[in-house]
Design a protein around this ligand. Structure first.
Ligand SMILES: NC(=O)c1ccc[n+]([C@@H]2O[C@H](COP(=O)([O-])OP(=O)(O)OC[C@H]3O[C@@H](n4cnc5c(N)ncnc54)[C@H](O)[C@@H]3O)[C@@H](O)[C@H]2O)c1
Ligand SMILES: N[C@@H](CC=O)C(=O)O
Length: 498
């Protein structure tokens, strides 16, 4: 296996967090077929390490291990699982700096954002550690003479998790902590672009005393591994975060084993600005909501819909704020936007901008000759965006902002809903009647009013329409990994209150 890159060796306080193996049944595992893949720093295109591509039998071995380990893990008391999860949480926090460095190197996001993601990811571990103690069943007033009825909650079984590269740590912990707290073993398949954050989490899970076979990280050719995970009958739940395209595919592949599915898919968020808003306040918020993680965020404000009465003032303020954004290597200094994940993402962004211009949009800002490297894309502002353009129809997943003017609440609701996606929407207005009307009229799983920040452990995160199924986080996130068992205790004699 390749040696550690010198950049990483120098930067990590604990180099054992950087692993170039899969993690199965508590063992660091290489690929039995000898296949491997390089992982690149998107800022420099330098290989930072290699990962093994496991063979089919090795994926099945992970399921075997999870199946054996499940027996003991589910039998632990909820407070015992809570203690292991809290130990994991403490270790993630204690190693925050190294985890952030690994993340910036493999994903490209600026170091302060990576630190923020570690914090965010850890917060789900603490949340679900506690929620695991509150998986209550219920008693049901009986309609059957002399019987007691009720429900108990039981772990669904082995849970597989397939996660994306844009949030390489938090998208794992938001799923895995819920499953582990519920008593389920977990098999994670991270994105091949960003495997090292997942492997560092595995190292810390081992140190936290999470038993062998309970937290596994498998690596391989994505379509190959996913097919095995989806068709494996012993895997009872599949939780996926990623594109709607791949989500549909996994749904089809899981039909044969009728799995419990949680799907956190793409978004195409509208950002609606009412006529009563201060253009500067709204424009600054819109810049924040669009350009985080260089626009590679499922919550990114893709379609900015501004009331015609303040459109020009808004564009002026947006442009001014946007001009101050810095683009560069996330490890160096005060950077707002890192690189995109790879060259294809840059090409896709350029094609979306060209398409918009060819259909009549105006390019207000975004000079690509200023890009500091092959995988960088300078932030773009387009005005005069219409529903016919790709920038409107597709989740652009790039720092490309499109502004459209509208004239009435009815029109803006129709425009905002004109998409197959339904993850999150932003509303900026202080008019309470307008807030209520928009909140109710928008076909989205999450609506954030006058706030860019909307996520966190207590929140039932998720979308409607083709943005997904189910919710992660919050009081109900753990239900994705629990079965309800109904019981009827009959022939009890006369039961008082039945
Ligand atoms: N709703 C949410 O919470 C949320 C959060 C983060 C990202 N996302 C979405 O994720 C997408 C970006 O991430 P991405 O590019 O990694 O998504 P992606 O769908 O390409 O990949 C996601 C995962 O699926 C795997 N995969 C890719 N092709 C596959 C195939 N043919 N068969 C099986 N597995 C395959 C990848 O290796 C990765 O692990 C965006 O659409 C974004 O909106 C959604
Ligand atoms: N920002 C989102 C991830 C989407 O890409 C989150 O908080 O979950």
């Amino acid at each position: 296996m390749t040696t550690l890159s010198t950049t990483l060796v120098k930067r990590l306080e604990d180099p054992r967090l950087f692993r170039q193996y899969a993690y199965v049944n508590g063992k660091w595992t290489h690929g039995e077929g000898g296949r491997e893949e390089a992982v690149y720093d998107p800022a420099t295109n330098e290989a930072i390490g290699h990962i093994p591509l496991l063979e089919a039998e090795q994926i099945t071995a992970a399921v075997d291990a999870a199946e054996s380990a499940f027996v003991h893990w589910r039998a632990l008391r909820a407070d015992e699982r809570c203690e292991r999860l809290l130990a994991w949480y403490d270790l993630i926090q204690a190693n925050r700096e190294d985890l952030a460095t690994i993340m910036t190197l493999e994903q490209g996001k600026p170091l302060p954002d990576a630190r923020g993601e570690v914090e965010y990811g850890a917060s789900f571990v603490r949340w679900f550690a506690e929620e695991g103690k509150r998986t209550y069943g219920e008693t049901i007033p009986s309609h059957i003479p002399n019987a007691s009825l009720g429900t108990i909650k039981e772990p669904v079984g082995i849970a597989a998790m397939i996660t994306p590269w844009n949030f390489p740590l938090a998208m794992i912990t938001r799923k895995a902590a819920a499953a582990l707290a519920a008593g389920c073993p977990v098999i994670v398949k991270p994105a091949n672009e960003t495997p090292f954050s997942a492997l560092a989490l595995a190292e810390l899970a081992e140190r936290a005393g999470i038993p062998d076979g309970i937290f596994n990280v498998v690596l391989g050719e994505p379509a190959e591994v996913s097919k095995i995970l989806c068709s494996e009958p012993r895997i009872r739940a599949l939780s996926f975060t990623g594109s709607t395209r791949v989500g549909r595919l996994l749904m089809e592949q899981s039909a044969g084993t009728v799995k419990r599915l949680s799907l956190e898919l793409g978004g195409n968020a509208p950002f609606i600005v009412g006529p009563d808003m201060d253009p500067k306040e709204a424009a600054y918020a819109a810049v924040d909501a669009k350009f985080q993680t260089a626009g590679q965020d499922c919550l990114a404000a893709n379609r900015i819909l501004v009331h015609e009465s303040i459109h020009d003032a808004f564009v002026e303020q947006f442009t001014e704020r946007m001009a101050a954004l810095t683009v560069g290597n996330g490890l160096q200094g005060e950077i707002d936007l890192g690189p995109l994940i790879h060259r294809q993402a840059v090409e896709k962004a350029a094609a979306i901008v060209d398409d918009a211009i060819s259909r009549g949009a105006t390019l207000v800002m975004g000079d690509q000759s200023q890009a500091p490297g092959e995988n960088f894309f300078m932030p773009v502002l387009l005005t005069g965006v219409t529903p016919q353009m790709k920038v409107w129809r597709e989740e652009n997943f790039a720092p490309v902002a499109g502004i459209t003017a509208y004239s009435s609440d009815e029109e803006v609701i129709e425009l905002a809903n004109d998409t197959e996606y339904g993850l999150a929407a932003y509303v900026y207005t202080h008019d309470i009647r307008r807030i209520w009307k928009l909140m109710r009229g928008l076909e989205y799983g999450m609506v954030s009013v006058n706030s860019v920040k909307m996520t966190g452990p207590p929140v039932p995160f998720g979308g409607v329409k083709q943005s997904g199924l189910g919710r992660e986080g919050g009081a109900t996130g753990i239900d994705e990994y629990l079965e309800t068992k109904y019981y009827c205790l009959g022939a009890l004699g006369s039961v008082s209150g039945s």
